[in-house]
Design a protein around this ligand. Structure first.
Ligand SMILES: [Fe+2]
Length: 107
């Protein structure tokens, strides 16, 4: 992620749109790559994991649409909530994929 975009120093609606769009582009790439990988290894909890991705996707798209419509200004708080969600997801949920793999290879 580009730290400059997420420092909360956005000044207008276009900047807000760009920041959320950049976050969305990064997230979508991460989700698509990861979902393809989970399928390739037959990860047993793939449906629950995809549901978490889908829920976050809806939330980001709602924020993006509200900014585009001028209903919301992207605040540092909103951006921190989104980034925290991603960090926790990576540390907790994505980690389960690695644990599954290491369990397969250790037995
Ligand atoms: Fe994930």
């Amino acid at each position: 992620m580009n730290g400059a975009l997420f420092g909360g120093q956005t000044s207008g609606r276009n900047d807000n749109e760009k920041a959320v769009k950049a976050m969305w582009d990064y997230t979508r790439f991460h989700f698509e790559t990861e979902e393809a990988y989970m399928k390739s290894i037959n990860f047993p909890d793939i449906l629950n994991h995809q549901a978490l991705h889908d829920k976050f996707t809806v939330e980001v798209m709602e924020i993006y649409n509200e900014i585009k419509e001028g209903k919301q200004v992207l605040s540092t708080v909103v951006m921190k909530v989104l980034i925290n969600w991603l960090q926790e997801h990576i540390l907790q949920e994505d980690k389960k994929i690695g644990l599954y793999l290491s369990g397969q290879h250790s037995s």
